[in-house]
Design a protein around this ligand. Structure first.
Ligand code: PHE
Length: 424
């Protein structure tokens, strides 16, 4: 059967697009702090084990559904689990992508705003308190907040509307290697600062006594978010793979890149924070208050590189979320790519604007998507592959029985355990 479905072209483009989706704000503002708080190298080991035992098997499940189903999230599940109600759960994954896209665009907008400010030397000679004021000022200004969010969402839509190969594939192929180089450069600069040693210790010195239940749950949650699991991005991108592109190879390289990138980002950030004698933090305050001050002391170019890196990392993730919803509208509702993109752009702009002006809506969207919808999506994908698809067909993709067993038993059990522990 010949199919006209778009594809990414080369294997390199597939891996860069997947890595682009994975590498994002999660790697930059959450991972380094989490590692420092939960026992350094000890946490990194747990993180890697979680990736290997749970997250990678889920990645493979999503990728198998996409590659075997060759359709959007709903269509692929309908094809592979015919007659089951599971296809209806796929709406939650599509919804999750949409919700994450909306609040992620607000942060993407801030990075665009900060890139412009950095280009005009806006952080030169600023104190930490002044940097805090700048950030509070932006968050309190609906016009600035919403217009930057719209620019970011608009850029995302422009890449997606250009198509899978010419838009997403091409953008990822060129920007992800550059992004990596930029972060390596910042890491090298950061390591040469006096006092950088303490930051490296914070990040890497193993402390096994800090590895409690919450640390393990945090490692698993972070690896889910970081690998963009459970929301249909891996599934949708895999539906654009060519026959000869391997699910195992793609998953392995994506997880490897994502983890290495998170570690390099940590080495770019923490030594600089400690060298400046500042307490490490996570989230927006780290990226938009502490780091601009520290990096602007290291020259005018470094803040520009840093915010350009954040912008690229955020864009390469947001295009994957938008593509999930666009693919569904194109495949199931038969809209053209441009109409579908415009429709999602408009709806995401509405929810994004609410997130931009109401911090409560922002955190509700964040909590709902990462704690609830992502988990349900991941569980659904594992069940479709582990329990609905014929074993031989799955083994054709994953080759090893151990991986099949991880998909069928270990991954779903771990997700349920984490969901229960989150509720307690
Ligand atoms: N993986 C991205 C990050 O680390 C976030 C993301 C989640 C992207 C879900 C796509 C889908 O920031």
């Amino acid at each position: 059967m010949t199919s006209k479905r778009d594809n990414f072209g080369s294997r390199f483009a597939v891996i860069m697009a997947m890595a682009g989706s994975a590498v994002g704000l999660g790697n930059i503002w959450r991972f380094p702090y989490m590692v420092g708080q939960h026992g350094g190298a000890a946490f990194i080991i747990v993180y890697i084990v979680c990736c290997l035992v749970v997250s990678l098997p889920i990645f493979f499940s999503e990728a198998i559904i996409g590659k075997a189903g060759r359709a959007d999230t709903y269509g692929a599940i309908e094809k592979l689990a015919p007659g089951s109600k599971l296809k209806n759960v796929s709406y939650l994954a599509i919804l999750a992508s949409f919700v994450i896209l909306s609040f992620y665009s607000v942060v993407g907008g801030w990075s665009f705003d900060y890139l412009l400010r950095a280009c005009f030397g806006g952080f030169n000679g600023r104190s930490l308190d002044e940097a805090k004021e700048i950030f509070t000022g932006i968050s309190a200004s609906p016009v600035e907040n919403i217009s930057c969010m719209l620019v970011f969402l608009g850029l995302t839509a422009l890449i997606v509307v250009a198509g899978v190969e010419k838009g997403i594939g091409r953008f990822s192929k060129y920007s992800i290697p550059v992004l990596f180089l930029m972060v390596v450069l910042i890491a090298v600069e950061s390591l040469t600062l006096p006092g950088a040693q303490k930051g490296v210790e914070y990040l890497l010195k193993p402390d096994f006594s800090k590895l409690d239940g919450p640390a393990i749950a945090a490692a698993l949650g972070q690896s889910f978010f970081s690998l963009s699991l459970g929301v249909g991005t891996v599934l949708t991108y895999s539906s654009y793979m060519k026959e000869e592109h391997s699910v195992l190879f793609t998953g392995g390289w994506t997880a490897f890149f994502d983890t290495v990138f998170a570690l390099v980002a940590g080495i770019a950030i923490m030594p600089a924070v400690f060298a400046a004698g500042i307490e490490p933090s996570a989230g927006p305050s780290l990226v938009f208050e502490t780091l601009p001050v520290i990096f602007s002391k290291m020259g005018i170019v470094l803040p520009i590189i840093f915010f350009l890196a954040i912008l690229i990392a955020a864009l390469s993730s947001s295009i994957s979320m938008l593509e999930v919803v666009v693919a569904w509208l194109v495949d199931q509702k038969h809209l053209s790519r441009s109409k579908a993109t415009l429709l999602v752009f408009l709806c995401a702009a509405l929810l994004g604007a609410s997130c931009a002006v109401a911090p409560r809506v922002f955190s509700a969207c964040d909590l709902l998507s990462s704690n609830v919808l992502m988990m349900i999506g991941a569980l659904t994908f594992a069940v479709v592959v582990g329990w609905k698809m014929p074993r031989e067909q799955v083994l054709g993709f994953v080759k090893y029985r151990t991986i099949y067993r991880l998909i069928r038993y270990a991954a779903p059990l771990m997700i349920i355990a984490i969901a229960i522990s989150n509720l307690l």
